[in-house]
Design a protein around this ligand. Structure first.
Ligand code: SUG
Length: 443
């Protein structure tokens, strides 16, 4: 029986300091666009339009607030002192890399905020969150304390929710959250199978060639243990080195799942046969797994990476029998992926519709539609118990867009980061956003 559980997508609202710092080694878009002029206003409006589309389709849409950037705590933690203006100007001269890290709006990619296990899967029947430690990239390692605070402000009641501490920030336990986790099930409210994808047993330093694997097996296992997941319903699979070397720094750029469907590239996993066999075994008696594997001959790994075909959102839209794939515009612009999507819809497989969305500002930093959202399967009671102002209707989206139009810049170059006026504007803009979301406790 359907129990009213559904998947809520919590998108990270893109922050006013969005810029192209070139900070993520192994993320080809981030590296390619280093130094380009960013448009935080468009970026946030694009993200909010995506959220509006979801609401229009009858889905429940949530939002996570931007983190406080620039982070003066970080700047003082790395030895800068004096008034804010002095810290910023000195950092710009002495350590521009640290200043970029302090400003990064990377908290927007909510798929990396945490790993989430719905109450139907956990030993204590609560909805569990483990914020990701994001320890591989310096700029991202600043996120966990504030992300944890946001999650606690939204999911604060112990009866329904468990918000854990991030794993210790050591390379053996590098964790990038839901971007490396897929939950499969028959219906959202029924117990499902957790697929945890790791890139290495322990994190390897990038030196000596090769892009870093950002998720370790130890981290994935630790999160599964923390959430009290049933070992028989949990699968650990290794991401293919080939995918990482092609720029797939997270599994969610080569794989996405929804309900019983797993949509993935032929080279997503080191061993596809074993991964599928493990999934079939874990799903036995619960649901019929429906794998949709895209062969490299149909869509090359390179086309998958430039278009971000697999970083689409796979959605069960009310009233539609087959799933909807919400893909970035770049999928439409890439001939091989556009043609593939036409064939996909025409086939009688589980995916029946493809729509496109413009998140180009985020895409230039390597974040597609699916990177921007954290999926949280919630029961009716859990939806009632969380901080309700973050569950959006169109009126609140309008209010957020008004704030963005009023307070966000439409042009940010790396030289702007040294300007105290810009720093202050970013903090004021965030305050206005928090006000709309009734979350000023996060100030
Ligand atoms: O961690 N980019 C992010 C993109 C994250 C995408 N998320 C998922 N695949 N789930 C990253 O590499 C670039 C920032 C800069 O270069 O300024 C950045 O952090």
């Amino acid at each position: 029986m359907p129990d009213g559980s559904l998947e809520v997508n919590f998108d990270g609202l893109i922050g006013p300091s969005h810029n192209y710092g070139g900070l993520s080694y192994g993320n080809l878009a981030s590296q390619r666009n280093e130094g380009a002029v960013a448009n935080p206003r468009d970026a946030a409006l694009q993200g909010l339009e995506k959220m509006r589309q979801m609401v229009k389709w009858g889905l429940v849409q949530g939002v996570l607030p931007p983190l406080a950037r620039p982070s003066f705590d970080f700047l003082s933690g790395v030895g800068f002192t004096g008034a804010d203006q002095v810290m910023i100007e000195t950092a710009a001269k002495q350590a521009p890399g640290l200043l970029k890290a302090a400003y990064s709006a990377s908290g927007m990619w909510a798929a990396n905020a945490a790993t989430v296990s719905p109450s139907a899967d956990t030993a204590d029947g609560r909805l569990h969150f483990t914020p990701a430690n994001l320890s591989t990239m310096l700029h991202r390692s600043l996120e966990p304390p504030e992300t944890t605070a946001s999650l606690l402000a939204i999911f604060g009641t112990d009866d329904h929710f468990a918000v854990h501490q991030a794993l210790p920030g050591h390379s053996c336990l590098s964790d990038e959250g839901a971007a490396n986790h897929v939950r499969l099930c028959r219906r959202h409210g029924e117990s499902g199978v957790g697929l945890f994808v790791f890139g290495a047993e322990v994190s390897k330093p990038a030196e000596g060639g090769g892009f870093p694997a950002r998720q370790t097996r130890l981290a994935s296992e630790s999160v599964a243990r923390t959430h009290g997941l049933e070992p028989d319903r949990t699968v650990f699979a290794r991401q293919s080195v080939r995918a990482i070397e092609a720029g797939a720094f997270h599994n969610d750029v080569v794989c996405v799942g929804c309900l019983s469907t797993l949509f993935f590239h032929e080279y997503a996993f080191e061993n596809v046969e074993t991964t599928l066999a493990d999934l079939y075994r874990a799903a036995e008696g619960r649901f019929d797994l429906q794998p949709v594997m895209v062969e490299n001959a149909e869509v090359s790994l390179q086309d998958a990476m430039t278009s971000y075909l697999f970083n689409s959102q796979l959605l069960a839209v009310p009233g539609e029998e087959r799933l909807l794939l919400l893909a970035p515009l770049e999928v439409q612009a890439t001939p091989a992926t556009r043609a593939y999507c036409e064939r996909l819809v025409a086939s009688n497989g589980p995916i029946g519709r493809v729509e496109y969305t413009d998140v180009r500002q985020s895409m230039r930093n390597g974040g597609g539609p699916a990177c921007l959202r954290l999926r949280v399967v919630m029961t009716v009671e859990e939806r009632a118990a969380c901080h309700s102002s973050v569950l959006l209707d169109e009126a609140r989206i309008d209010r957020l867009q008004d704030v963005v139009r009023r307070t966000y810049r439409d042009r940010v170059a790396l030289t702007d980061l040294a300007d105290i006026h810009f720093a202050n504007e970013c903090l004021v803009a965030r305050e206005a956003v928090l006000d709309v979301l009734d979350l000023t406790e996060l100030l």
